[in-house]
Design a protein around this ligand. Structure first.
Ligand code: 13P
Length: 250
């Protein structure tokens, strides 16, 4: 059985007080026990969030990390620093990192490889832009993002990978991929992994959908056979909405 996962990517939102308030609100919600729930506050609030959630099943994850061990990389955070505060999972490859901070497939390959080597679980994000979808290039774009950043990994590394397909045109826009578009892409992704590795690796892999997931559309999207959960932006900042999404599996 593949893991069902709902993760909240808080992006650059919530200061220390906002983080505490949102986590308190989340702790008062009841969350489906068979769903792995994750939240990704900003770096400065990771430690406090870990403490606040220590008696819950909710996992605190990081939004990014650097590929180097340590050294002269002003403003960056290493895998070891995350691990030292008990973080086990890191989001890599988010489209905002790619478009605003110049993260290329080549950089992401290094980041993924460092995270895996250090024993972190990687939630790897990727997805096409609107122009790719309009020109019909979306499957090719996604295949090359996966190949360039991930396919040098050994098969054993895939137990540490979660994929998050996030079409850029659906992020923060209120426009969601239809459940059918999500399913078509997720099935394609699983087939691509199966061809590059093997069927078992592909079958065991959790593939999340991200992009304007809300309480009102989560159930339909999550009902699709190759959609194993969601990576949630805006709706993760409202505890009741996030809880409703966590509880939206049939
Ligand atoms: P929204 O849910 O706000 O569209 O953001 C999706 C996202 O980018 C999650 O990483």
């Amino acid at each position: 059985m593949r893991k069902k996962i709902v993760a909240g990517n808080w992006k650059m939102n919530m200061d220390v007080q906002g983080t505490e308030n949102l986590l308190n609100a989340l702790k008062s919600e009841s969350l489906a026990a068979d769903v792995t729930v994750m939240v990704a506050p900003t770096f400065v609030n990771l430690s406090a969030a870990k403490q606040q959630l220590s008696e819950t099943e909710v996992e605190v994850i990081a939004q990014n990390m650097h590929f180097a061990e340590s050294g002269a990389y002003t403003g960056e955070i290493s895998a070891a620093m995350l691990q030292a505060i008990g973080i086990k999972t890191v989001i890599l490859g988010h489209s905002e990192r790619r478009s605003y901070f110049g993260e290329t497939d080549e950089i992401l390959e290094k980041k993924v490889s460092q995270a895996i080597d250090k024993g972190l679980q990687v939630m790897f994000c990727f997805g096409e832009e609107l122009a790719d979808r309009k020109s019909g290039a979306h499957f090719n774009v996604v295949a090359s993002q996966l190949k360039n950043a991930l396919f040098a990994l050994p098969k054993t590394a895939w137990s540490q990978i979660i994929l998050a397909y996030e079409p850029v045109w659906a992020i923060g826009t209120g426009e969601t991929a239809s459940a059918e578009q999500a399913q078509d892409m997720h099935a394609f992704i699983r087939k691509t992994i199966s061809e590059a590795y093997d069927a078992t690796t592909a079958e065991q892999l959790s593939i999340l959908y991200g992009g304007s997931v809300k309480p009102g559309n989560a159930q339909e999207i999550f009902s699709k056979p190759d959609v194993d959960g969601g990576l949630i932006g805006g709706a993760a900042l409202v505890a009741s909405d996030f809880a409703a999404i966590v509880n939206a599996f049939n």
